[in-house]
Write a protein of this length. Structure first.
Length: 99
């Protein structure tokens, strides 16, 4: 398989995950659009990077669906886990820290 095919496969996988967010995760989708209104296209960049497996960019959960890449090893990880267990949540979206 050449590099062009690998790149296309990665793009296709991300497109499928983006469609899953759009079609089945309305709160997460709204949060992405709100973040983009706040910081611009960097929000979409972070989502795509996380969907490709890059850690500490973006992670979300809604209705039993999980997208993005966990913030493993990041101090926020324990806080997120504790809050989700202690308080529960309908959805959760975690973004990379501002540069």
């Amino acid at each position: 398989m050449d590099t062009a095919e690998t790149g296309a496969a990665k793009k296709q996988d991300v497109s499928a995950q983006l469609a899953e967010i759009r079609d089945h995760m309305p709160e997460v989708y709204a949060a992405i659009k709100a973040k983009a209104a706040e910081v611009g296209n960097v929000a979409f960049e972070l989502v795509r990077r996380a969907l490709r497996g890059e850690a500490c960019c973006f992670w979300a959960i809604e209705g039993g669906r999980v997208v993005g890449t966990p913030f493993q090893g990041h101090p926020i990880e324990a806080d997120i886990a504790q809050a989700m267990v202690q308080f529960g949540c309908g959805f959760c979206v975690v973004w990379a820290e501002p540069a």
